[in-house]
Every structure is written in structure tokens, then in C-alpha cells.
Design a protein around this ligand. Structure first.
Ligand code: SF4
Ligand code: SF4
Length: 438
């Protein structure tokens, strides 16, 4: 039976169109476009020059700060160009390394490791070297998350298999097809954290994944919990609340309540890095939506252009109106398909006019529905109005930065108000104003 749930949230149409599609390998791309910034934090320092030959797995950019991550070449080829482009995820100029493939993979892997007898610091160093970041979407460097400050005792590791965003199915398929490897990754993470309690949370619309994960995880003392299917069940704060009853304080982090949360895809990447010596050069993602011919779950090389992957899925069909990276609730719409996937790309949604039709925007009618569904107990109608009126200080006082940008308010609003757009803008302006005052 599902355990307790959180207050608020919504039940959008889940449209898990690709849930029965086995994971396929996308063809090796002829060219990759690698933004230096592939994670939260500082961009790494580039190590290659134009004209240089590179091998698959070779480190091409190196950590440049405490929160930063290494970058490796996803193909064997030659660095054709180094240029500046606006990053489609982070919205700021960034350097891009363009690599042209010259043949099949010639690997430059790290040594394979038997992790069971290794010290935690050696394992963390390997995870850092491999450029592993959180693959659930946030792309936070994993080695940093696994190195909590000494005064923070971690007693619980939560593994996020909720996959609560509509359309996305890659985590579901990974749990069905790679459960044993995911569990080995979880054992490695658990060892690094000093063997805390391990709780694996999966929404109850994926009971086959619950069964599969139980089969491999329970023998190691891990607990697998079916969770109520409700968006945003996969948000870190809500997973922690539902599974442990603990509340992450406003402005705080999971480690403030003794918890580390990792996604199932990240656990798999950790296993591959530590056991097989493979850096993060590819990831699983879902290609789906009414506007693409075949719905697929694929493993694709980082830096592959989106148009290559859409072509692999049979190309466009119908009246395509929008392409989104990530899920429909929190993903980012992109202007063209020549852009590449990055380490944080969990899906490519090709949406038709019918799928995105939200109707006509009107004035707020004070119905309160956005307040009812807000999982952070905020008043989205107030936050929207305050940022619209440029009253950023007041919006801050009323919890602007507690908003997790889940989009539940925007989804439910009968007046079709895009609260999240205003909230994101409000956060950016408030932060810029604060910096200006220092
Ligand atoms: S205000 Fe933020 S947290 Fe609340 S429903 Fe809207 S987007 Fe989600
Ligand atoms: S749901 Fe929309 S119309 Fe209703 S109170 Fe919120 S912003 Fe206003």
C-alpha cells in the first residue's frame, strides 16, 4: 500500500507513451556540441585546443572550483571548433567544444575498481574524476553531494525513482532493465555515506519497477516504497517529507535533516564509473510527445544534436508547436533542434498544438486553486502579482525563494496565468538587486 503523501500537488494527464519501449542505443553522432557548463556551479577549465585529436572518454575540461564537474569527450574524433554560444539551459554565454567524429570509439577509460575494500575518499575521487552529476535534472555534481560537512550526520539515503513528470519514462525503464546495476551503484553511494538507511521511492504507477527493484535491493537491507502517484512527488523536499516525516527548513538542504537524495540514473552512472571505469559521456533519456513518430527511451552521447535524436525516432509528425528538454512541467522550451543534449537532459518532448493548448490568459479571479495545489504552502497568486508589480522585497518576504518552480499553480489556474515565469524572473531580479547593493 502507498505510504502517506504531501499536501497539495496535482494529477496532470501522465501520458507515459513510451513506458513499454525498451532502451535503445542512439547511433554515434557525427558531431557533438559540448557546452563547458554541464552542471551547477563553475564551468570547468578547457584542456583541448582546436585541431586536437581526442578519444572517447578522454578528459577535455577539468573542475575549476568546489562546485564544478569534469567533462570528457563522448566520441573519438578531432576538435573542429571552439566557440561561444548562449547556453540554452543556463541562459548565459558559454564556451562550446565542437568535436567531429573520425571513426568508431577508441576508449580512454579509467581503471576498473573493486570498490568493496576501498576507502570512501578513493571512491569519491573516482566519482569526481568521472564527471558524474545528478541525472534527475538538477545536474548538481555528485561528488559534492556525497561529501557533506563533518557536522552533518547523514542517516538516510533516499533513492529517487519517482519520475513524477508526465511523459518521461527513462527512469522507469532503467529500473526494469538495469535494476541490478542500479542497486550496485546504490551500495557504492551508501558505503561512501557510512551505510545509512536506504529508502527507494517509486510512484505506484510503476509497480513493475517496484517489484524489480525489491528483487535486487531487499537482500542488501534496502527498503523500496511505492508512493502515491502525484506531481511533484519526485521533488527532493517532498520525497524526504513523505518517506521520513522530516521537513527541510526554508533555505536549507536535505543534509540539514540528515538526508542525501540521489536519482536512479545517477546511481547507475556511479556504478559504471567506479566498477567499469567509464566517465559520464552518455545518458538515458526519453524521446516522446505527439509530434514525434516513434516514442523511445534511448542512451545517447552527451552533446548529440536534438535533431539527430528526433530523426532516430522517425522524425516529426502532426502539428509540432513546441520542443521541450525535460518534462512538460519543469522542462525548458528550446528555439531550434540544432542545440545539443547536456548531462541534465532527461527527455526531449515534441509537443503538438493540441498538447500545449492552454486557452486564453485572463485576469486572476481569486479562485484560490493555485494556493490549494501549491506543495510548498505558498500563495502563488500573491507571488505572481508582487513580482508583476516589481515588489521584489515583499515577494521575498512571502517565500519567493521557497518556490520549487514545479508549475502546479500554472497548470491548475483557470485564468491561464504563468506564475512560474514571473517567479523565475522575480528570483533573478531580486538576486541581481541584492548583488548590486553589496
Ligand atoms: S508557487 Fe512555486 S512551488 Fe508553489 S505551485 Fe507554484 S511553482 Fe510550485
Ligand atoms: S488559480 Fe489563477 S485565477 Fe485562481 S487565484 Fe490563482 S492566479 Fe488567480
Amino acid at each position: 500500500m502507498p505510504i502517506s503523501t504531501f499536501k497539495g500537488g496535482i494529477h496532470p494527464p501522465y501520458r507515459k507513451l513510451s513506458k513499454d519501449e525498451k532502451i535503445e542505443f542512439a547511433p554515434l553522432p557525427d558531431r557533438v556540441f559540448l557546452f563547458l557548463t554541464q552542471s551547477a556551479g563553475a564551468p570547468p577549465k578547457r584542456l583541448v585546443e582546436q585541431g586536437q585529436d581526442v578519444k572517447t572518454g578522454q578528459k577535455i575540461a577539468e573542475i575549476s572550483g568546489f562546485i564544478s564537474s569534469n567533462l570528457h569527450s563522448p566520441i573519438t574524433g578531432v576538435v573542429r571548433e571552439i566557440k561561444k554560444m548562449t547556453h540554452h539551459i543556463y541562459g548565459k554565454p558559454d564556451e562550446v567544444i565542437v568535436i567531429e567524429r573520425t571513426g568508431e570509439d577508441e576508449w580512454e577509460k579509467m581503471e576498473e575498481m573493486d570498490w568493496k575494500d576501498l576507502e570512501s575518499k578513493v571512491i569519491i575521487e573516482r566519482i569526481k574524476e568521472a564527471g558524474i552529476v545528478g541525472l534527475g535534472g538538477a545536474a548538481f555534481p555528485t561528488h559534492v553531494k556525497l561529501t557533506p560537512p563533518k557536522d552533518k550526520k547523514i542517516d538516510t539515503l533516499i533513492i529517487n525513482g519517482a519520475e513524477c513528470e508526465p511523459y518521461l519514462t527513462i527512469d522507469h525503464r532503467l529500473m526494469l532493465e538495469k535494476a541490478e546495476e542500479i542497486v550496485e551503484g546504490i551500495r557504492i553511494i551508501s558505503k561512501v555515506l557510512g551505510n545509512p538507511r536506504v529508502m527507494i521511492g517509486i510512484e505506484d504507477n510503476k509497480m513493475d519497477a517496484v517489484d524489480e527493484m525489491k528483487k535486487h535491493a531487499e537482500k542488501y537491507g534496502m527498503e523500496v516504497f511505492p508512493l502515491k502517484t502525484k506531481y511533484p512527488q519526485g521533488s527532493e523536499k517532498h520525497l524526504i517529507k513523505v518517506l521520513t516525516g522530516r521537513e527541510v527548513p526554508s533555505g536549507g538542504l536535505p543534509l540539514d535533516v540528515g538526508v542525501v537524495v540521489q536519482n536512479v540514473g545517477t546511481a547507475l552512472a556511479v556504478k559504471e564509473a567506479v566498477v567499469n571505469g567509464k566517465p559520464l559521456i552518455e545518458r538515458g533519456l526519453t524521446i516522446t510527445g505527439g509530434g514525434v513518430k516513434e516514442k523511445k527511451n534511448v542512451v545517447a552521447r552527451i552533446g548529440t544534436q536534438i535533431e539527430d535524436l528526433i530523426n532516430f525516432a522517425g522524425g516529426f509528425v502532426g502539428n509540432v508547436k513546441r520542443i521541450v528538454l525535460g518534462g512538460p512541467m519543469m522542462g525548458i522550451a528550446i528555439p531550434n533542434t540544432t542545440l545539443p543534449i547536456v548531462k541534465g537532459t532527461s527527455g526531449i518532448l515534441v509537443l503538438t498544438e493540441e498538447e500545449i493548448d492552454r486557452g486564453v490568459k485572463r485576469n486572476c479571479i481569486n479562485c484560490g486553486r493555485c494556493v490549494e495545489v501549491c506543495p510548498m504552502n505558498l500563495m502563488p497568486n500573491r507571488l505572481y502579482k508582487l513580482t508583476y508589480m516589481k515588489r521584489y522585497d515583499q515577494a521575498y518576504e512571502e517565500g519567493l525563494f521557497d518556490c520549487i518552480e514545479c508549475g502546479s499553480c500554472t497548470y491548475i489556474c483557470p485564468s491561464k496565468i504563468d506564475h512560474v515565469k514571473f517567479i523565475k524572473l522575480g528570483k533573478r531580479v531580486y538576486s541581481a538587486l541584492r548583488r548590486g547593493k553589496k
